[in-house]
Design a protein around this ligand. Structure first.
Ligand code: GLP
Length: 240
């Protein structure tokens, strides 16, 4: 694992965007695995900025997102498809038909199977961007998932529902389930880039890097991947 310490969120976002840019420059028709949440917002903003300056071209890029809330339609403001359109896709020259996000309205079995086939049909993820949940979850792979999981439907933990309620009017509105790409699929990405910001991520980052490799801390499986970069700002890297 390569650990990169960033000064703050802005620095972290620039560093992450630099790595993604390098990937696109080296392989214009690359496949990016993308994430949602507060962590990657700054990274996407930076990528948009460089695109607008003419330094980046997304025209051949394919993207596969990690997860989606079950039951939310794509036009719902808290759906991850909506997030991706707003924070990245609508602002760069990507071909939207090559941007994939799990369908929140799909049948849990058929929909997940189809999504896994889509990922396979892209030829594999070159660079997977990941945030990390306060309990060490990645995507929506909550503690105790099987390490070998592919795309599946999960029951969100109280902890995650609580952490994500800030985006909804009330806790009751937070969906209780989600579709997520599994750990097995994530581990197949050629390179993984994890970003973590803020003190509330310090334990998760520490456990992911130095903790026991256990399904109780889903991110700990990343210790077994041979090309992982973790960028953490000072607060998130506090315990390293
Ligand atoms: C959600 C997402 C994850 C994300 C995590 C952390 O649960 N499904 O992909 O990494 O939250 O989010 P944030 O970056 O907002 O802290």
């Amino acid at each position: 694992m390569t650990i990169v310490k960033a000064k703050d969120y802005t620095d972290l976002s620039r560093k992450a965007a630099n790595i993604i840019s390098a990937q696109i420059i080296m392989k214009p028709a690359c496949v990016l695995g993308l994430a949602t949440g507060s962590s990657p917002e700054g990274t996407y903003k930076q990528l948009i900025d460089w695109y607008q300056k003419g330094d980046l071209d997304f025209s051949q890029v394919t993207t596969v997102n990690l997860d989606e809330y079950r039951g939310l339609p794509p036009e719902h403001e808290q759906s991850y498809r909506y997030f991706m359109n707003k924070h990245l896709f609508d602002n760069v020259n990507i071909d939207k038909s090559r941007t994939f996000v799990p369908d929140g309205l799909a049948d849990p079995v058929e929909g997940c199977k189809k999504y896994e086939e889509i990922i396979k049909s892209t030829g594999g993820i070159d660079l997977q961007l990941l945030g990390i949940g306060v309990n060490g979850h990645i995507g929506f792979n909550e503690p105790d998932v099987f390490f070998e999981s592919e795309t599946h439907c999960v029951d969100l933990t109280e902890n995650t529902i609580e952490a994500n309620r800030r985006f909804f009017n009330s806790k009751d509105e937070v969906p209780k389930q989600a579709y997520t790409v599994g750990l097995r699929t994530i581990m197949h990405a050629k390179r993984i880039l994890v970003i973590a910001s803020g003190e509330n991520k310090a334990d998760a980052v520490y456990n992911a890097v130095y903790g026991k490799i256990t399904p109780e801390v889903p991110a700990s499986i990343l210790q077994l991947h041979n090309d992982v970069i973790i960028i953490a700002d000072e607060a998130a890297a506090k315990k390293l």
